[in-house]
Design a protein around this ligand. Structure first.
Ligand SMILES: Cc1cc2nc3c(=O)[nH]c(=O)nc-3n(C[C@H](O)[C@H](O)[C@H](O)COP(=O)(O)OP(=O)(O)OC[C@H]3O[C@@H](n4cnc5c(N)ncnc54)[C@H](O)[C@@H]3O)c2cc1C
Length: 358
């Protein structure tokens, strides 16, 4: 039998590879990036995601993230603050992905880095240098990016975009954001803000493409326009024109779940289920899918893929639905007061958006 192939060394692929290596399966992990970049992500690790990282044998203290213990919600000119059920952290993806790759290396994973996978068929992949590799068991973990032959469907109508702007450490942001993850509802989407391990702020947002077009197609122009309409955002952003460039990812298929698959093909992370990102649970889903897929692979080898995919799709349904409901909260800002007055309901909403243990 051929060693399992893993495509993509983000949280899903790295976690699957290290679990497979610990089973003695000698996996090959392929990623187009030689060294981890700083993936477009809000950088929020929930208490539940931290527990999953610890389950991989990584000491949470080693992550060194910025402690976050409160959630602040802004909508319709209102602001409320809620305690998190347990502390989370703000951590750059560069740091998280680097640690996961290092742990996978220690576990004996073989890497093939700096090579993009171009196509995927039910029996083989081709790399950007033209090389073809046959596979028996394949873990597809290319996250936000689709591979030709196995792309996720899109609906095409006014797609949602992800945008990210890094803001340098500043006393004003330290005072205003501090130990909070902030979610600001804006027209056509939301803006998330938190501080990361080095004190810098990560602004990450999901917004309809039509909003960007209305801002002349300029991401910085869109962010500046949102700040013009929200004093709270303006206070946090300061002079946006002095900020660096904005990273963007197009057409994020929020709400999508893989309910079926090919024999031997285990879809992980964003290739298995895409949760609305304001829930801050995408990394949790990536790690949970890796754990369940590898357990199923251990039990049934390539024959377990279909069963895994169906079961994981069911498992992801509740958090995806809960996150979609949470996203709609921005349309009813009056509900913020209800949440603030009933801490039990707020805690429940936060728990329902987490992926349950298998
Ligand atoms: C705006 C926004 C904000 C978010 N905020 C948060 C948050 O705060 N907290 C949270 O938990 N989640 C958040 N998420 C979700 C989170 O980023 C994803 O769910 C998570 O990154 C999925 O992990 P993954 O391993 O599946 O994929 P990814 O992290 O996307 O990793 C994929 C890997 O595959 C590699 N790759 C891609 N294509 C190829 C190819 N063709 N060949 C070889 N390698 C390839 C990439 O280089 C990368 O290393 C956010 C998402 C968005 C869009």
């Amino acid at each position: 039998m051929k060693p399992p192939l893993i495509l993509g060394a983000g949280p899903a692929g790295a976690a699957a590879a290290l679990r497979l290596a610990r089973l003695g399966a000698e996996p090959l992990l392929i990623d187009r990036q030689q060294v981890p970049g700083d993936a477009l992500c809000g950088g929020f690790l929930s208490w539940a995601t931290i527990a999953q990282i610890e389950a991989l044998g990584i000491d949470a203290a080693m992550l060194g993230g910025h402690r976050i213990d409160r959630l602040a919600l802004f909508a319709g000119g209102q602001e409320i603050e809620l305690p998190l059920p347990a502390p989370g952290m703000g951590l750059s993806r560069h740091r998280l992905d680097t640690l996961l790759r290092a742990t996978a290396t220690e576990a004996g994973v073989t890497f093939r880095l700096g090579h993009a996978v171009r196509t995927l068929t039910p029996t083989a992949i081709t790399l950007d240098d033209g090389q073809a590799l046959d596979w028996d068991s394949l873990f597809l973990a290319t996250g936000k990016h689709d591979v030709r032959g196995a792309a996720r469907p899109r609906d095409g109508a006014d797609p949602e975009l992800g945008l990210r702007l890094r803001l340098p450490a500043s006393p004003a942001r330290q005072r205003l954001i501090g130990g909070r993850i902030e979610l600001h509802w804006v027209e056509g989407g939301y803006v998330g803000l938190l501080l990361q391990e080095d004190g810098s702020a990560n602004l990450c947002m999901a917004v309809r493409k039509s909003r960007l077009i209305a801002a002349g197609g300029r991401p910085l122009g869109l962010i500046a326009a949102l700040a013009d309409r929200s004093p709270a955002l303006a206070d946090r952003l300061g002079d946006v024109s002095a900020a660096g460039s904005v990273d963007a990812i197009g057409d994020v298929p929020y709400g999508w779940r893989a309910t079926t698959t090919w024999p031997g093909l285990y879809r992980l992370g964003d290739q298995a289920a895409v949760i609305p990102s304001l829930a801050g649970e995408g990394i949790g889903i990536a790690l949970a899918s890796a754990a369940e897929a590898v357990a199923q692979w251990q039990a049934q080898g390539r024959d377990g893929a279909e069963r895994y995919q169906r079961h994981f799709a069911r498992r992801a349904l509740l958090p995806l639905r809960a996150a979609a409901g949470f996203r709609a909260l921005g349309r009813y800002p009056g509900l913020l007061r209800v949440l603030s007055a009933t801490p039990g309901a707020a805690r429940l909403a936060m728990r329902l958006t987490r992926i349950a243990e298998a």
